[in-house]
Design a protein around this ligand. Structure first.
Ligand SMILES: Cc1ncc(COP(=O)(O)O)c(C=O)c1O
Length: 399
């Protein structure tokens, strides 16, 4: 009998709310506990030579050491896999640990990657400056036109690394078209799906091989954990499980995994609220005279709105705006004038956040990759949308 299964069965639901609450949680493994225990242990003890032998013979279904398997971490991985409709999931200690492990599992010296100019800064740096040390080159493209992926491919291309939408200017890639090009050339595809979560975009059903997440964002949703996840087929995630996961060791601890599982139980209702509030904030911003552009894939003003409707179930609550000024002091007056939007990096939590990308990017990217000065990114949190709109309105007047 697997250590991860009490043998008790519930009817299997395919509805996302029920999966979020029940899947992965098996109370009868843990004395009927409605919330699973945090199994805060590094190692597991066996009561006989035979028990130890059985565990070593079946490492996937037994806990031997927490940099391998841990029951609390497993609850979260099973919940995530069920939500994504993936065969397998591994949880990591950060989104970047998950991204690095997934990318490394697809390349060896001499290989080539195609990715995006707009990809998340540290992922860009991993491919642009770190992987070349090991003989892996990357071509960065705009990526909105599927033909560019084909053109950038070489005989030694083994990976397309996508992020749709991107999380600064919200550019999309046509996932069906790009994955079809990849499949025809036996190229693997990975997408960073942190913006949408599996609730608003289902990459594996659109042909992507693996999805990666900063679980720090919506999946946890409470700004109290840094974590990441890789999801995909048993074969691909299994390879990571044999190599990058234990060898690089970027695992998530039981306490953090437990917090992610707690966050996931309310993911569907949180995402619904984030979307509803973001729609109200976007409606306000698109009409505002001091805002020249709103980058939000869930609004008809987005240049790829039609594609967004085809492959996403609306935008989440991350958007960026362009202010009608290039004067740094005016941008500062706006940024310093908001009360509910905290000034800081990250997003996806309960609280609204604001980021002036120039500051963030100057730390992560070379100057030629910086966005313009007047671009401000907003994360719409779970506060009342009316309060957020009033807050933005008064801060925009200070410009
Ligand atoms: C789009 C995106 N992907 C990945 C990451 C990295 O995740 P983490 O900070 O959990 O390592 C971030 C973090 O901000 C992000 O915004």
């Amino acid at each position: 009998m697997s250590q991860f299964d009490s043998g008790r069965r519930r009817p299997e639901s395919h509805r996302i709310e029920t999966i979020a609450v029940h899947t992965g949680d098996d109370p009868f493994r843990f004395l009927g506990a409605a919330a699973p225990p945090i199994v805060q242990t590094s190692t597991f003890l066996f009561d006989s030579y035979e028990a130890l032998e059985e565990a070593f013979a079946n490492p996937a279904t037994h806990c031997i050491y927490t940099r391998g398997n841990n029951p609390t971490v497993r609850v979260t991985e099973e919940k995530l896999a069920a939500l994504e409709g993936a065969e397998a999931c591994r949880l990591f200690g950060s989104g970047m640990a998950a991204i690095s492990a997934a990318i490394l599992s697809c390349v060896k010296a001499g290989d080539h990657i195609v990715s995006l100019k707009t990809v998340y800064g540290p992922a860009y740096n991993l491919m642009a400056t770190w992987l070349p040390r090991f003989g892996v080159e990357t071509t960065f493209i705009d990526g909105t036109d599927p033909a560019e992926w084909e053109e950038a491919s070489r005989p030694n291309t083994t990976l397309f690394y996508l992020e749709s939408p991107s999380t600064m200017v919200m550019k999309l890639q046509d996932l069906r078209a790009v994955t079809a090009i990849a499949k025809a050339r036996s190229i693997r595809t990975i997408i960073d799906n942190s913006y949408s979560t599996m609730l608003l975009q289902r990459p594996l059903e659109l042909g992507v091989d693996m999805s990666v997440y900063s679980a720090t964002k919506y999946l946890n949703g409470h700004s109290d954990v840094v974590a990441g996840a890789v999801l995909g087929s048993s074969e691909l995630v299994g390879r990571i499980n044999q190599a990058e996961f234990p060898l690089l060791g970027g695992i998530s601890g039981p306490m953090d995994a437990w917090l992610i599982a707690r966050g996931l139980r309310t993911l569907p209702i949180r995402m619904r609220q984030h979307q509803e509030s973001a729609a109200k904030v976007v409606d306000f911003l698109v009409k505002h005279p001091r805002v020249t552009r709103v980058n939000y894939p869930g609004h008809p003003s987005h240049p790829q709105y039609e594609l967004a409707c085809r492959q996403m179930k609306g935008g989440s609550s991350l958007l960026s705006i362009e202010l009608d000024t290039n004067e740094l002091d005016a941008v500062k007056r706006f940024v310093n004038g908001v009360h509910y939007f905290g000034l800081g990096v990250s997003w996806g939590g309960h609280e609204s956040l604001l980021m002036a990308p120039l500051i963030a990017q100057s730390r992560e990217l070379p100057p030629d990759k910086w966005q313009s000065m007047n671009l401000v990114r907003l994360h719409v949190g779970l506060e009342a949308a009316e309060d957020l709109i009033e807050d933005l309105d008064q801060a925009l007047r200070l410009m």
